[in-house]
Design a protein around this ligand. Structure first.
Ligand SMILES: *Cc1c(COP(=O)(O)O)cnc(C)c1O
Length: 381
């Protein structure tokens, strides 16, 4: 078996990336004005079926802008899954509002709609469904709750470019949504993000806030306190080239997931279920170990790294970490996924032979710790 190092994620830059970036250099348009920004925004809006899109310097600030555009502020509460990347909670805090957590569904790992309503108070203003690892959240259920209680819905689609809920691409299914183009995401601009919506007044607010709050009709006249959250033409050049190849990237990810399922079939390993109404974008194929392996999960990760295979632990739930710690919290599903989840290499350069090597190495690593559990136990949170 080859010992070639396989990263858990890596960008694929084999299209027009180089050509478009060099065009920016050759024409001297390297800052946030330039033709690629608008072209990328237009193509991306079309890609996810949104009327409007505005490009930003990363996914985190895109989420901040989306919340600000909705007027989320001090005293407000925003409901979100506890199992997400930390940016979802942090951006609510940036607005002076409070994140309120919900446990995950055991099959999709997304926020459990049945557990949302018990968290709604008179201060609740919005729900943020996160399409975790590329599997869409149950948007019909979320939207119905939002309508019943007059709440906004902000999709965190940072991990879900091209994922579909009942045949519709995610991003603009709620009031407003965001994507990330960080280096390990499905398409990348290095760092980068996008706000998408069908609502013209929300996009206008997001655009104004990302450019210092300047009045769009009067230069150097600022009507509100804004930010500098713009994307550069260089980043957008990368993004446009990435978007040209996105269908191939997504198709390859589906194949990788299928290969993993075949290679792990018959073992004790399970994985995030793909609902029949969902089209998963497989940002990260994430496997779940049996619960008795929880304390060995990190040793298994180390073991695989020694064989040249990079993997990563599932996210820690927000309520377990210092900024959001809640000792009375009870989110058993999210905690279980966090304890035993391992994300396996999922990107365009991963071949079927790679998947076989990764699966074999994973199963061998599990046998190794099972044979000698005392040597491999690590402290658990
Ligand atoms: C990556 C990610 C973000 C933030 O995106 P950045 O571009 O890294 O700032 C937000 N939410 C989720 C769920 C993410 O995975």
């Amino acid at each position: 078996m080859s010992n070639r190092f396989i990263p858990v994620a890596a960008p694929e830059l084999s299209g027009n990336e180089r050509k478009y970036v060099l065009d920016c250099l050759d024409t001297n348009w390297i800052s946030s004005a330039g033709k690629y920004v608008e072209a990328f925004e237009t193509s991306f809006a079309e890609f996810c079926g949104a009327k409007y899109a505005t490009a930003c310097c990363n996914g985190t600030v895109s989420l901040h802008l989306a919340l600000l555009a909705l007027g989320i502020g001090p005293g407000d509460e925003v409901i979100m899954p506890t199992l997400t990347f930390v940016a979802t909670a942090n951006t609510v805090k940036y607005c002076g509002a409070e994140p309120v957590f919900v446990d995950s569904e055991p099959d999709t790992w997304n926020l459990d709609p049945a557990k949302i309503e018990e968290k709604i108070t008179s201060r609740t203003r919005a729900i943020i469904p996160v399409h975790l690892y590329g599997h869409p959240a149950d948007m019909d259920a979320v939207m119905a709750i939002a309508q019943r209680h007059d709440l906004f819905v902000v999709e965190d689609a940072a991990e879900a470019h091209g994922a579909e809920f009942k045949g519709k691409r995610v991003g603009a299914l709620g009031d407003i949504g965001i994507f990330s183009f960080y280096g390990n995401k499905v398409i990348t601009t290095g760092e980068g993000g996008m706000v998408v919506t069908n609502n013209p007044s929300l996009i206008e607010k997001a655009r104004q806030l990302k450019a210092q709050g300047q009045d769009p009709k009067r230069r150097y006249w600022f009507t509100t306190i804004g930010y500098n959250y713009r994307m550069t033409n260089l980043m957008a050049a990368l993004g446009l080239a990435q978007l040209e190849q996105v269908d191939a990237h997504l198709e390859h990810r589906l194949k990788i997931a299928r290969w993993y399922r075949e290679a792990l079939k018959g073992s004790d390993i399970t994985w995030q279920v793909e609902k029949d109404w969902a089209h998963h974008s497989y940002w990260m194929f994430t496997a779940l170990l049996e619960d008795d392996l929880a304390e060995h999960r990190d040793a298994i990760i180390t073991n695989m790294a020694e064989s040249g295979i990079e993997t990563r632990p599932a996210f820690y739930p927000m309520h377990m970490m210092p900024p959001y710690f809640d000792e009375n919290a009870n989110y058993p599903v999210a905690e279980k996924i966090s304890r035993t989840g391992i994300s396996l290499p999922t990107w365009s350069g991963v071949s079927e032979a790679d998947v076989q090597r990764i699966a074999e190495t994973l199963l061998q690593s599990i046998e190794k710790v099972r044979a000698n559990p005392a040597a491999h136990a690590t402290a658990q949170l």
